[in-house]
Design a protein around this ligand. Structure first.
Ligand SMILES: NC(=O)c1ccc[n+]([C@@H]2O[C@H](COP(=O)([O-])OP(=O)(O)OC[C@H]3O[C@@H](n4cnc5c(N)ncnc54)[C@H](OP(=O)(O)O)[C@@H]3O)[C@@H](O)[C@H]2O)c1
Length: 348
């Protein structure tokens, strides 16, 4: 596979590369990339033929968007990239209007993003997180109006319950208005929760999956070891968003990593590349987000496109990382249809 093996994002006309560049590290103090390295990372991704650049208003307090806007202008590639950003998290403590998914904040957030990104429109605008209060109808109307006004071209949903995406897609279809074209969720060998509800919902609603943290924040690169979690310099060795109940350092995950390492040796690639290749091979995935703190990390991730995993290697990885038995199993289907095997539309 190549970065220029373009595909549409879900059931839409938006054309994307199989790997999207995540820029959460741009401008981030501590675990992020310096401005110069960020420039090199974005340049290398474009040179390799990539076309999706993902940021958010909240990344590094807006600095990530500023850098992305600056680099896109320097390269003169605004027309050929899919510029993707997000709204929803608060930028100002104590002011409820500075966050959430209500119409007032969406409009204000978009104005801020357009300014920082030095552009007049966003190609792909994401609801960053379900805010638990705003009605689906209000969000759908607001985003649809923005599509009609030309300020955004498409929109997607991130970090939300599956029912929310299903309802929004159904309303959009019934009302014949623009609906979400993609969903962005955590997805990796150690985080497969989306397979139960979100993937069938996305398939039914025509949304492409865009996995985030496919390397589990660096865990699946294999650089951490059970004996010493602090040794490598990395996001997970210090204070990080994956602590407490979200820690990646669990016995189950170490076992998954052991198997990943074995498969990596078999195919002669790094564990990071194999972990990404597994994500790329999953049904419903349109484009996988890659994040990097250094240029060699990005180059390693891009080389995941060269990895070919056999059905048996994919099955080995699937088995060790299985999220557990699903009630809606092949066995249940056989029971329902009297022992006859029936393939449904949502299986593809
Ligand atoms: N929608 C959401 O809620 C959400 C949430 C998170 C992320 N995202 C998006 O997804 C993108 C990717 O997320 P992510 O950064 O968490 O992805 P990730 O691929 O799981 O982690 C990337 C990190 O892993 C480490 N790494 C990567 N390649 C490596 C290599 N070859 N060797 C050693 N270490 C390596 C680096 O961190 P260290 O060097 O510091 O270890 C790098 O910053 C983000 O940029 C953002 O656009 C979205």
């Amino acid at each position: 596979m190549k970065l220029t093996d373009h595909r549409t994002l879900g059931r839409s006309g938006l054309i994307v590369s199989p790997l999207a560049l995540g820029t959460m590290t741009f401008g981030a103090a501590g675990w992020g990339a310096t401005d110069e390295v960020s420039r090199q990372i974005l340049g290398a991704y474009l040179d390799a033929g990539g076309n999706v650049i993902d940021t958010a208003d909240v990344y590094s307090g807006g600095r990530s968007e500023e850098l992305v806007g600056q680099f896109i202008a320097e390269h003169g590639v605004r027309d050929r990239v899919v510029l993707s950003t997000k709204f929803g998290f608060s930028a100002q403590r104590g002011n409820p209007h500075a966050g959430g998914n209500g119409r007032k904040h969406i409009h204000a957030a978009l104005e801020g993003s357009l300014k920082r990104l030095q552009t007049e429109y966003v190609d792909l605008y994401w609801l960053h997180v379900y805010d638990m209060v705003t009605p689906v109808e209000e969000v759908l109307q607001t985003l649809g109006d923005l599509v009609r006004s030309g300020r955004i071209r498409y929109f997607g949903l991130s970090d939300m319950p599956a029912w929310y995406a299903t309802k929004m897609a159904a309303l959009a279809q019934a009302d014949r208005v623009p609906g979400p074209v993609a969903v962005q969720l955590e997805y990796s060998l150690v985080a497969r929760q989306l397979e139960a509800e979100h993937r069938p919902s996305a398939r039914d609603g025509g949304q492409g999956l865009m996995p985030w943290s496919p390397l589990a924040g660096g865990f699946l690169t294999g650089k951490y070891s059970r004996d010493d979690l602090t040794r490598p310099q990395g996001r997970l060795s210090g204070s990080n968003p994956f602590q407490g109940p979200f820690t990646k350092f669990t016995e189950r995950n170490w076992q998954i990593l052991d198997t990943l390492r074995t498969v990596a040796v078999e195919v002669g690639h790094s564990p990071a590349r194999v972990a990404l290749a597994w994500t790329l091979a999953q049904p419903g995935v349109s484009s996988t987000l890659v994040g990097a703190r250094t240029l060699p990390q990005l180059q390693d991730s891009l080389a995941a496109l060269d990895v070919h995993l056999t059905p048996s290697q994919l099955e080995t990885l699937d088995r060790v990382s299985s999220p557990g038995p699903d009630f809606f199993s092949a066995g249940l289907r056989q029971a329902v249809f009297g022992g006859v095997s029936v393939e449904g539309w949502t299986d593809a």
